[in-house]
Design a protein around this ligand. Structure first.
Ligand code: GAL
Ligand code: CA
Length: 329
């Protein structure tokens, strides 16, 4: 009798054990900082896509690369089948790729682009992102159109556009390229330029506020426009400008951001932000998740299987879109 019972228990528990440990693929997601507004939108998009599909485990590096390395090691040790990474420091990607290559766990980076040499270290490495130079151009076009239609924007009447830049994190491709192409685009429109100040606001609203406050105390009405590398910093800048009397007695100040976050869009609608550029969090999250699903299941992703074009066998580019606000022309 006892023997019979034991056999019964074993035969019931075996298939359970097998499906629990071997069959179910899992995807790990390592995010650089849960406090980042735009990345939070991408993170939510990944979670939404995973509902009903392969589950994701999402971890927060809190801005520390060392912590992220440990989190990724844990994913590997625990037998995760693919890892999606938003690296803290994109120059650290080479080490992560090497680790994953040795353990055979495919990687999908997003938002913080590894350098080409690192991407070339292994063929099971993908990147989902947007072409930063396009966002710089679109932001530049919105400001150029406004300048050409609004002579009063030239506060000191010298024919030169005096502007300030609130930059994202130093070394981030979006910081460097957005700023470079924004300026190049204004020059392409033959607008004489003078950059009064630039400083980093580290993608954060609070920092954007502080940086703008200091620009205002240094240059005040000499400033004729503000370009922030993202919406959060633009919103911080608008707060500082408002406190100093702009959008009221000191007149309108054109402020441009990038991302088109929900709060950013509200500021476009009420006219406080002149323009922004839509950085498509839904599609970035979705593409990263679908790539990871294919890789986790041992397939090579294709346009047909994920619905996004894969450039050079590695890159999915999600397009930016200009978002002129209600005050833009
Ligand atoms: C940018 C985005 C910023 C910030 C950054 C983080 O693409 O515009 O708001 O989220 O990525 O890496
Ligand atoms: Ca001027």
């Amino acid at each position: 009798m006892l023997r019979l019972l034991l056999v019964a228990i074993i035969s019931v528990s075996l298939p359970l054990f097998a499906s629990g440990s071997v069959e179910e693929p899992r995807i790990g997601v390592a995010v650089y900082d849960f406090q980042d507004s735009y990345i939070t939108e991408v993170r939510n998009a990944i979670t939404a896509c995973s509902e009903g599909g392969i589950p994701v485990t999402i971890v927060d590096a809190e801005g520390r690369q060392q912590r992220q390395n440990e989190q990724i090691e844990r994913f590997i040790d625990e037998g995760f089948d693919a890892i999606i990474v938003n690296s803290v420091d994109r120059t650290a990607s080479g080490v992560l790729i090497e680790k994953c290559r040795q353990s055979g766990v495919p990687l999908v980076f997003f938002n913080r682009e590894p350098v080409k040499e690192d991407m070339a270290k292994w063929d099971k490495v993908y990147y989902v992102g947007a072409r930063a130079e396009d966002s710089g151009r679109m932001a530049g076009d919105i400001l150029a159109d406004y300048w050409l239609m609004h002579p009063e924007m030239d506060r000191n009447g010298d024919g030169v556009l005096q502007f300030v830049v609130i930059r994202g994190e130093t070394g981030h491709q979006d910081t460097e390229l957005r700023t470079e192409y924004f300026i190049e685009t204004l020059l392409d429109h033959s607008i004489p330029l003078e950059k009064l100040h630039e400083d980093t606001g580290l993608w954060s609203r609070e920092k954007g506020y502080e940086v703008m406050k200091s620009f205002i105390s240094r240059s005040g009405d000499a400033i004729e426009a503000v370009f922030a590398n993202n919406d959060d910093m633009a919103l911080g800048a608008i707060e500082a400008l408002q406190e100093a009397g702009y959008f009221g007695s000191r007149g309108y100040m054109p402020v441009i951001g990038i991302d088109g976050t929900p709060t950013g869009r509200a500021a476009l609608e009420n006219g406080m932000m002149l323009g922004s550029v839509f950085n498509d969090a839904q599609n970035q999250g979705r593409a990263a998740y679908l790539l990871a699903v294919e890789l986790a299941e041992g397939r090579i992703p294709t346009l047909d299987s994920i619905g996004y074009e894969i450039v050079d066998g590695r890159y999915v580019w999600i397009p930016y879109q200009p978002l002129p606000g209600r005050n833009a022309v």
